[in-house]
Every structure is written in C-alpha cells, then in structure tokens.
Design a binder for this molecule. Structure first.
Ligand code: KMH
Ligand code: ZN
Length: 308
C-alpha cells in the first residue's frame, strides 16, 4: 500500500472556544499547535482563521497572514487553506485569504447542503463569548452554499490561475458525481484527492458501510485517477481513520473535526490526535508520508510558489 498522508485540521469553524480550552484560536496558538502537529507526523495542515479577540471564525486575510509565514518558516508541511470558511460566509469572503496567499492546496466543497451544528449547543454549560450560542443555534436554518457556479469559480480562480490543487470535500454520494461532472468538463486534473466527510449533520453518517460504498462508487467513477482520505466528525474520528488506513486510504484528524481523544475525554492538542492516529496506522502496517512525498503524490506546485 502507498505511504499514508496524515492531514491535521487545526481549528476549523465548527467548534467554539467554550467547547474546549485546547482549541487554538490566536495566531500564536495556531502556530504552536501546527508545528507540533507537523512534528508528530502531519504532512498537511488544513487551516482556518479566527478573530484572536473572541475566537470567532474569520475570513480576514490578515488573520491568516498572522500565522501562515510562521508555519511555513517552522515546518515543511503542506499548508492547505479552507475555501469553505464558515457556512455563514459568502463565497467572496471565503476566497479572500486563499486568493491573497495562493497556497499549494485548498479545500473545495462539492455540494450545497445543510450544515447543522445546533445539537452541540445544548452540551455547552457556560458561554465565554456572546457570539457562540446564536452562531450554533442559527444553523437549524443555514444553507452551506456550494453551487456548480461556486465550484467553477474556485477551480478557476485558485486552481487554474494560482496553481492550487484541491482537497475535494465529499459529504455524500452526489458530491462524487459533481466531481465527475467537473472532471468530464476537463476543469479538474487527476490525481483527485477526495476527502470523504462523515458525521456532519446534513451529510452522510459515520457508518463503516458508508465508507465502503463511497470507495466502491469512487472506484467506478474515477478508477486509478483518485485517492481517498477520511475525516469523521466526533467520536467516529479514530475508528473510521483506522478503517480508511486498512483500506489503503489516507486520514485526517484535528480539533476542527473532533475535540476528543477518547470517549468523553477532551484532546489536549492537535498533536495528541496526530500521535494517536500515527500509532493506529503504523500498527496496520502503513508508513506516514513526508510532506515532500505528499507533494509528489498530489502533484503540488511546491512551497516556493505561494504568496506568503
Ligand atoms: N469542517 C469539515 C467537516 C472546508 O474547510 O472547506 C470540512 C471542511 C470544509 O474542512
Ligand atoms: Zn475546514
């Protein structure tokens, strides 16, 4: 089996500061946790930004630039910027930082969907910031918009014009057919790095049979032109990572997707999750890919061609 790419998603825009004291929100925290995750074996760091004053998800390029050069100087990991931002942001906002930074890699969400976070609000006893509760509770009437036109805009502006390659986020079967549609139009080049996303309320559930079905469908649609990675939100994170590794896939961990290290136990850092998943995949006979091996596998443009 190929070397296994470990992605770590440091902070995201799902969890809020009151859910865990270990969620990195300031540039210093993002840099420290990102470098530790890279040292622990993460070859790709998937990055969102937050307002350091209150931990709120931010699209401000300045908030990204406060940590991007420092991560680049401190490790060789591939720096992968989200174009998903937060479901409450419009596409122009979501693209502002990636357009300015011109990273090697970006995420790309392959369909419009519900992105329901509100069930998590009930689990928070005390709120640190007044934005948190309405942010979470408002997701019962929120559409995460990723129309074909939005997808083409990202492929053109960041892919064709700035050399980014993509972590294609697929939350359901239909998202694979949307990717196949763009492949058929010649707007995406193989190998496709497909992130199967499990456990987001609005996408497919974190059930093992869903992973085997997605692999079967991707095999049919893309043959040898793709590789898959798996992220599962919440407590399914490690079990589905293990299943992915056993099936020859790649894995994503990080506090963006799960705040725990075991049932009912908060992870104390992103690196702790990377350590755990590295132990799991090595026990299954897989060897983590280095950042340079990852760049070759995904045909990335190289760290020297970013704008930070
Ligand atoms: N938050 C993950 C479930 C993105 O940033 O574009 C998916 C994700 C999307 O990371
Ligand atoms: Zn993300």
């Amino acid at each position: 089996m190929s070397k296994i790419i470990i992605t770590c998603a440091l902070t995201g825009s799902i969890h809020t500061p009151s859910m865990s004291p270990h969620l990195p929100v300031t540039p210093d925290q993002i840099v420290a946790q990102g470098l530790a995750a890279a040292r622990a074996g993460a070859a790709i760091l998937h990055l969102h930004a937050r307002d350091p004053a209150n931990g709120r998800p931010s699209a401000d390029p300045g908030h990204f630039m406060a940590f991007l050069p420092r991560l680049k100087a401190g490790c060789d990991a591939v720096l992968n910027l989200s174009t998903g931002g937060s479901a409450v942001m419009g596409l122009d906002d979501r693209l502002a930082a990636p357009m300015a930074a011109e990273p090697e890699m970006c995420s790309l969400n392959m369909g419009t969907m519900n992105f329901a976070l509100y069930p998590m609000a009930a689990r928070v006893a005390e709120w640190q910031h007044d934005w948190e509760r309405p942010f979470l509770e408002g997701t019962d009437d929120l559409v995460f918009k990723n129309t074909p036109r939005d997808i083409e805009t990202v492929l053109t502006a960041l892919g064709q014009r700035r050399g980014a390659r993509f972590e294609f986020e697929c939350y359901d079967m239909g998202h694979l057919y949307m990717l196949a549609h763009f492949a058929g139009r010649g707007l995406v080049d193989p190998p496709f790095f497909i992130q199967f996303v499990f456990g987001v309320l609005g996408g497919m559930g974190a059930d093992p049979e869903n992973l085997t079905h997605m692999v079967r469908l991707a095999d049919k649609l893309f043959g040898g032109d793709y590789m898959f990675s798996v992220l599962a939100a919440g407590r399914a994170q490690m079990p589905m990572a293990a299943q992915a590794a056993a099936m020859g896939g790649h894995v994503r961990v990080g506090l963006e997707d799960s705040l725990t290290i075991a049932r009912g136990t908060l992870a104390t850092s992103n690196a702790q999750q990377v350590d755990k998943v590295r132990g799991l995949v090595e026990a299954l006979g897989r060897t983590p890919a280095t950042p340079e091996e990852t760049r070759a596998m995904l045909r990335l443009k190289g760290a020297g061609r970013t704008a930070f």
